[in-house]
Design a protein around this ligand. Structure first.
Ligand code: IPE
Ligand code: IPE
Ligand code: MG
Length: 259
C-alpha cells in the first residue's frame, strides 16, 4: 500500500514536517478550480464535476473547522462566470439550494456560520432564499465562518467601494484627506470579517496560476499556493499539506522579521 504523506510535496526530500496546530492560518481562501476538467477526464458532463465539487466543499469545511481555521472563504461563482453556457450557469445556481438543504444541520453541529459576499441579488429567487436561510439558520454559530463568494468579483467589489466613498465625500460626510486604508476596508465585502478580512493563505486547485479577479485588495500579503489536484479530488489531506507548506513560509509583510 502506498504510504500516505502529510508533508509538502515541494519539500518531499526533506524530513516530513508535522502540522503545527498552534500555527493554523486564521483565514484560508480557496479558488475551487478544475471541476470541469475532473469531469471531462471521466467522460462525464462538466456539471458532474460541479456536483462532486460540492461534496469536496462539505469535506473541506468540516476539516478546516476541526483544524481551528477561523474563516474559510470559497470562490464559488465569479462575476465573469455568467459567460458560461446557460445550462452550466443554471446548474451552478441550483447548487447552493442542494448544498444547504442537506448540509445546514452539519454546519450547526460544527458551529459553523455561513456568510456570503458578492451581489446575490442577481441570483435566482430560490437560490437567494436558500442562501439567506442558511445565513439565518447558522447566525448563532460562533465557530468558523464559511464565507461563500457568489457572483463575486474583486474589481466589482472595489468599484462599489469607490462609489460609496465618493458618495460620502459628495454628501460632505467625509473629506478626501480622510480616505485611508481603513476607510476602504470598511466598504469592502469582507468588512464584516474585521481583522480577519485578509486571507493568510490562498489555495488554487487544478494547476492554474492566476487570481481570476478574487480578493484583489485582500490578497496583498497572502501566501499563494497553486496545487495540481482538481477541486473534486482535493481532500482533508490536501488541506493539511497546504497548511504545512504555509507553515514553512516566511512572511515578512515588507519587513525583515518572520511574522
Ligand atoms: C471551478 O471549476 C468551478 C467554477 C468556476 C464555478 P471550473 O468549472 O472552472 O472547472 P475547469 O477549470 O473548467 O476545469
Ligand atoms: C475562478 O475560476 C472562479 C471560481 C472558481 C468560482 P475560473 O475557472 O472561472 O477562472 P479562469 O476563467 O480559469 O481564470
Ligand atoms: Mg476553471
Amino acid at each position: 500500500m502506498e504510504e500516505k504523506r502529510l508533508f509538502s510535496k515541494k519539500n518531499a526530500a526533506e524530513p516530513p514536517t508535522a502540522l503545527d496546530l498552534n500555527r493554523i492560518p486564521k483565514h484560508i481562501a480557496i479558488i475551487m478550480d478544475g471541476n470541469g476538467r475532473w469531469a471531462q477526464k471521466r467522460h462525464l458532463p462538466r456539471v458532474a464535476g460541479h456536483k462532486q465539487g460540492m461534496q469536496t466543499v462539505k469535506t473541506v469545511t468540516i476539516a478546516a473547522s476541526r483544524l481551528g481555521v477561523k474563516v474559510l472563504t470559497l470562490y464559488a461563482f465569479s462575476t465573469e462566470n455568467w459567460k458560461r453556457p446557460s445550462s452550466e450557469v443554471n446548474y451552478l445556481m441550483q447548487l447552493p439550494i442542494r448544498f444547504f438543504s442537506t448540509f445546514v444541520p452539519d454546519l450547526v453541529k460544527n458551529n459553523v456560520r455561513v456568510m456570503v459576499m458578492g451581489d446575490i441579488s442577481r441570483l435566482p429567487e430560490k437560490t437567494q432564499q436558500a442562501v439567506n436561510d442558511a445565513i439565518a439558520d447558522t447566525a448563532h454559530c460562533d465557530g468558523m465562518v464559511l464565507n461563500f463568494a457568489l457572483n463575486y468579483g474583486g474589481r466589482d467589489e472595489i468599484t462599489r467601494a469607490v462609489k460609496k466613498i465618493a458618495d460620502q465625500v459628495k454628501k460632505g460626510e467625509l473629506d478626501p484627506s480622510q480616505v485611508d486604508e481603513s476607510v476602504i476596508n470598511r466598504q469592502l465585502m469582507t468588512a464584516p470579517l474585521g481583522e480577519l478580512a485578509d486571507p493568510d493563505l490562498l489555495i488554487r486547485t487544478s494547476g492554474e496560476e492566476r487570481i481570476s479577479n478574487f480578493l484583489l485588495w485582500q490578497l496583498a500579503y497572502s501566501e499563494l499556493e497553486f496545487v495540481p489536484e482538481h477541486w473534486p479530488d482535493f481532500d482533508e489531506e490536501s488541506l493539511q499539506r497546504a497548511i504545512i507548506e504555509f507553515q514553512g513560509r516566511h512572511r515578512r509583510f515588507g519587513g525583515l522579521k518572520n511574522e
